[in-house]
Ligand binder design. Structure first.
Ligand code: AKB
Length: 312
């Protein structure tokens, strides 16, 4: 059967690269990008695009019927730092968009769904090191509460209504094509831009705050691998832990200094420090490795090399 794919939130940090990768694999015309605003030139010019509000069920249903969509990637979300400022807006966007897509799955209008979760599902009572797939969660942020609830709903729709929904708990993602927006891990992208433009960066987290991170190429590969895996191999229907690398801002600064020796980093922690403190510092992704052969490729050294090379 021909696959017609819809990406919701295609103009964001993950959506942009995911759309391009899926277009390369499945053909430009078979991958429909959508967002509430237009994206960069390569995204807009390489295939179909629709302005779409993910919380508008009727509009979503219409796009799905028109393009005969059978697979949906719901990438629209309000991230951790912004969600603390606008709790109800974050809850409405993050949950209503998910219910819209899950209900389309329940009504068998689409066959397969990808929905991103996050390391934000974990909380201050979670063991910090090598955090297990199944452990204490109790998220303490608006974003984390929405992702934790979303995971429960995904598993529920799979068990009750046989909705084929798949998910990854993304760590902080590092990319050069599109900037992240409103996250606590955004420092790990900003640092490279500022290192090249100003030779210095003031980090909003403390120097010893270790967080799980991943280079975007790994995240896109993981997402496509999970979506292509046989139904039988997907044993986790809430969301999979996924690990790339873990480092502190100080370690990241040192990695930049290996390429740009005069780079200076200073630290002025703000409200995002409390969010970072509630998250794990490293993740155990045994389930993803065993169930669908996940393997990370990018460490910090390679990430720094790719970021500086491409941003130059
Ligand atoms: C954020 O910082 O909010 C996101 C995430 C870890 O989900 N990058």
């Amino acid at each position: 059967m021909q696959k017609y794919i819809l990406i919701i939130g295609a103009c964001g940090q993950i959506g942009t690269e995911l759309t391009m990768a899926l277009r390369e694999k499945h053909g430009n015309d078979n991958v429909i990008a959508s967002d509430i605003r237009e994206g960069n030139d390569s995204l807009m010019e390489s295939g179909p695009f629709e302005i779409l509000d993910a919380t508008d069920y009727d509009a979503l249903e219409e796009v799905i019927a028109y393009y005969e969509i059978n697979e949906v990637y719901l990438m629209a979300a309000m991230l951790s730092a912004t969600a603390e400022k606008f709790p109800m807006r974050a809850w409405n966007l993050n949950m209503n968009s998910l219910f819209n897509v899950l209900n389309l799955g329940k009504e068998k209008k689409i066959d397969k769904i990808f929905w991103p979760s996050s390391i934000a599902v974990f909380g201050p009572n979670t063991p910090k090191e090598n955090t297990a797939q199944n452990t204490v969660m109790e998220p303490s942020t608006v974003y984390g509460i929405s992702k934790q609830s979303g995971e429960r709903w995904c598993e529920y729709y799979f068990n009750k209504f046989d909705v084929d929904v798949r998910s990854i708990r993304y760590p902080g993602l590092i990319s050069w094509k599109t900037m992240p927006g409103g996250g606590t891990t955004d420092y790990a992208v900003e640092i490279y831009h500022k290192a090249l433009s100003e030779g210095a960066y003031t980090c909003f987290l403390k120097k010893d705050t270790a967080l799980p991170m991943m280079f975007m190429d790994d995240a896109i590969r993981a997402t496509m691998q999970l979506m292509e895996a046989d139904d039988d191999s997907i044993k986790v229907r809430s969301s999979y832990n996924l690990s790339g690398m873990s480092f502190t801002p100080e370690e990241m600064a040192k990695s930049v200094q290996e390429k740009l020796p005069s780079f200076k980093m200073s630290y002025e922690p703000d409200f995002r420090q409390a969010i970072a403190d509630s998250w794990p510092s490293s993740i155990d992704d045994t389930n993803a490795r065993e169930d669908w052969d996940w393997k990370t490729e990018f460490d910090l050294k390679r990430t720094t090399y790719e970021m500086l090379r491409n941003l130059k």
